[in-house]
Design a protein around this ligand. Structure first.
Ligand code: NAD
Ligand code: TYD
Length: 347
């Protein structure tokens, strides 16, 4: 068995690669990643020498390259995570999101179809997507697999589009494809442009904590390692043509999450209670900011027996501990181009 994992040097991808390489020693894993600002091979230092692991640097938007990679390796499966993943960047540079998320996904679908050439026995194309394709909820209800797509940001529109192409390849060409849509992930190795690691880094440096709008938006947070376990289950036991929602039934209003994070950081850093919360600064809201996401993962729990393993308070504490123990990692990824990004986005 040989699986191609795309985007394996990123946040979730690195956890998925680590999980598969360790849990399935008989399975060969090729990690394909172009190493954008978000890709970092340091994320995989602990497993890079495992005999069933290999890294290939390459771009999913390059159809010719993807075609030869498939022809040379005859992969049995694909787990596709490579993407541009940050909403704020998608507002600033939408075309890159169309190129990577839409064209890149279609290239992979097309290469898998040509390579497998109708012989789909033992083959699978697994597309990793987001709950943001469903749009925004009011104060009631949850996203199910039947919720109509209603994306609002260039990021979520590009992910929604890629999901449609995956279904089209399944319905038109019979490609054995499965999709999962997951809620916000958190945990080690997340790039400090997303809320939790950005705020951890700013608290460490005593910089302002830029809360968009009134901080009343709600997100449903999932421990990234639980996401990786769900991906393993769906890859091996999910049904082709199906969609599975993944989420932790763990909704937090941004401001409540931020106050909890400030408390944990004060405690861990030996600062006075309330010191980090003083850094909170309300800033102009994100354009098109979705109010609330909440995922109903009942289908995955009922049909495949998955459930989240840890409570959010514990996961957040572990996340903080990881960032404090890995400040060298944080310093490296926040040097150079990061400063330029930060200046453009927040000033
Ligand atoms: P990330 O930005 O941390 O990592 C993306 C990875 O893709 C990076 O390693 C990057 O180098 C690579 N990549 C980007 N463009 C590429 C290209 N053209 N060719 C090859 N590699 C390329 O993203 P993440 O947060 O780990 O998200 C991974 C996937 O999971 C994405 O598809 C995202 O939409 C989805 N997802 C993320 C979340 C979340 O909370 N982060 C939630 C649900 C779904
Ligand atoms: P983010 O981590 O970017 O994930 P997403 O937009 O994909 O849900 O943001 C999580 C929430 O935090 C979202 O409601 C926007 C908010 N947010 C801030 O208030 N300030 C920030 O600096 C960032 C990055 C996010």
């Amino acid at each position: 068995m040989h699986i191609l994992i795309t985007g394996g040097a990123g946040f979730i991808g690195s956890h998925v690669v680590r999980h598969f390489v360790s849990a399935h020693p008989d399975c060969r894993i090729t990690n394909l990643d172009s190493l954008t600002y978000a890709g970092n091979l340091e994320n995989l230092k602990d497993i890079e020498r495992k005999p069933n692991y290999r890294f290939v640097r390459g771009d999913i938007t390059d159809r010719a390259f993807i075609g030869s990679l498939f022809d040379e390796n005859r992969f049995d499966g694909v787990i596709h995570l490579a993407a541009e993943s940050h909403v704020d960047r998608s507002i600033a540079s939408p075309l890159q999101f169309v190129l990577t998320n839409v064209v890149g996904t279609v290239n992979l679908l097309d290469a898998a179809r040509s390579c497998w050439n109708g012989d789909f026995v033992g083959k699978r194309f697994y597309h990793i997507s987001t709950d943001e394709v469903y749009g925004s909820l009011g104060s009631e209800g949850m996203f199910t697999e039947e919720t109509p797509y209603d994306p609002h940001s260039p990021y979520s529109a590009s992910k929604a589009s890629s999901d449609h192409f995956v279904r089209a390849w399944h319905d038109t060409y019979g490609l054995p494809a499965v999709i999962s849509n997951c809620s916000n992930n958190y945990g080690p190795y997340q790039f400090p442009e997303k809320l939790i690691p950005l705020f951890i880094n700013n608290i460490l440096l005593k910089k302002p904590l830029p809360v968009y709008g009134k901080g009343e938006n709600v997100r449903d947070w999932l421990w990234v390692i639980d996401h990786a376990a769900a991906i393993d289950l769906i890859y091996h036991e999910g049904k082709n043509g199906e969609t599975y929602n993944i989420g932790g039934h763990n909704e937090w209003k941004n401001i409540d999450l931020i106050l909890l994070l400030c408390d944990i950081m004060d405690r861990k850093l030996g600062r006075e209670p309330g010191e980090s919360a003083e850094l909170i600064t309300y800033v102009t809201d994100r354009a098109g900011h979705d109010l609330r996401y909440a995922i109903d993962s009942g289908k995955l729990q009922r049909e495949l027996g998955w459930s989240p393993s840890i409570r959010f308070e514990e996961g957040l504490e572990r996340t903080v501990e990881w960032y404090l123990a890995n400040q060298e990692w944080l310093d490296k990824v926040t040097s150079g181009a990061y400063m330029e990004y930060y200046e453009t986005m927040y000033h």
